[in-house]
Design a protein around this ligand. Structure first.
Ligand code: ZN
Ligand code: FE
Ligand code: FE
Ligand code: ZN
Length: 275
């Protein structure tokens, strides 16, 4: 597949992974090559955060604490190979209530450009996006699963530990939707974003999953725009060819909701770029 250049050259892709998390392929240098081919303005790496050594083995889909130096090295290699492309150092941090002190420790381990707050765990041992736990959607009401997730997500935002939050409505991944008006889930989270000055991402990975649409849904994006919450657009690439994937869908969605700008990050300071 050729790599079409994107219509909006102002865009960055800040949510990408590396083989250090054991379920992604391609190194930052490969992602950078694709970012240049697609005409992206910036690339950011944000691999799955390490857990404290005392909690290991925690799961099989994150980097080990001991691999952090390899992560920094891989990002440096990409910077050296593509000096014309700004390459940011980020981390997709799992927000788990009670781990705030650990997350603060992680925040001090590097000169991060940004930290993404993500919720995957909605209960101990239950990462809601893991197909290994898919049967739980048969035994527990979808309403409760979404409630667990959105309550954790609000707490994640209110921790004020993160620059922006990842994939806002992840529990729809496999196509499970609660009934009725979903604003009961979205509104408390959007209020938390607005009150804490936290941004969120449109994450195009949902387009490549059974749900077949971006995270979050259009209604969420609209409500967030009305509340003045800033936005990023990211691919959540787990392979180099996914860098910038789905942006041709996400950009019109953001514009339709009224967004004209996206955020960029450097050393945890935000700047604004035209969308
Ligand atoms: Zn992942
Ligand atoms: Fe994630
Ligand atoms: Fe991710
Ligand atoms: Zn993610």
């Amino acid at each position: 597949m050729p790599s079409p250049r994107l219509a909006s050259p102002a865009l960055a892709d800040y949510h990408t992974h590396t083989p250090l998390c054991h379920h992604a392929e391609g190194w930052p240098v490969d992602y950078a090559r694709q970012a240049v081919a697609r005409g992206l303005a910036e690339l950011g790496l944000a691999d799955h955060s390490p857990m404290p050594a005392a909690l290991e083995p925690f799961d099989n889909w994150r980097m080990a604490l001991a691999d952090l130096p390899r992560y920094f090295e891989a990002v440096e290699q990409a910077r050296a190979a593509f000096p014309q492309l700004p390459i940011r150092l980020g981390l997709e941090v799992d927000y788990i209530a009670g781990q705030e002190a650990w997350i603060e420790e992680l925040a001090g381990m590097a000169d991060w450009d940004y930290l993404i707050g993500s919720v995957h765990y909605i209960a101990p041992g239950w990462d809601v996006d893991n197909p290994a736990h898919l049967s739980r959607f048969q035994t527990q009401p979808v309403e409760e699963i979404w409630r667990l997730y959105f309550d954790a997500y609000e707490r994640c935002i209110r921790s004020r530990l993160f620059d922006f939050v990842g994939h806002p409505d992840l529990p729809k991944k496999f196509g499970h939707w609660p009934g009725g008006d979903l604003r009961r889930f979205y509104e408390p989270v959007i209020a938390a974003l607005a009150e804490t000055g936290t941004a969120f991402e449109i994450n195009t990975a949902g387009l490549r999953k059974p749900v077949g649409e971006c995270y979050p849904s259009f209604q969420f994006v609209q409500l967030a725009r009305e509340a003045g919450v800033p936005l990023l657009i990211n691919s959540d690439a787990h392979a180099p060819e996914e860098v910038g994937a789905g942006f041709e869908t996400a950009i019109p969605l953001a514009r339709e909701a009224g967004y004209t700008e996206v955020l960029r990050w450097e050393k945890r300071n935000r700047t604004v770029a035209a969308l």
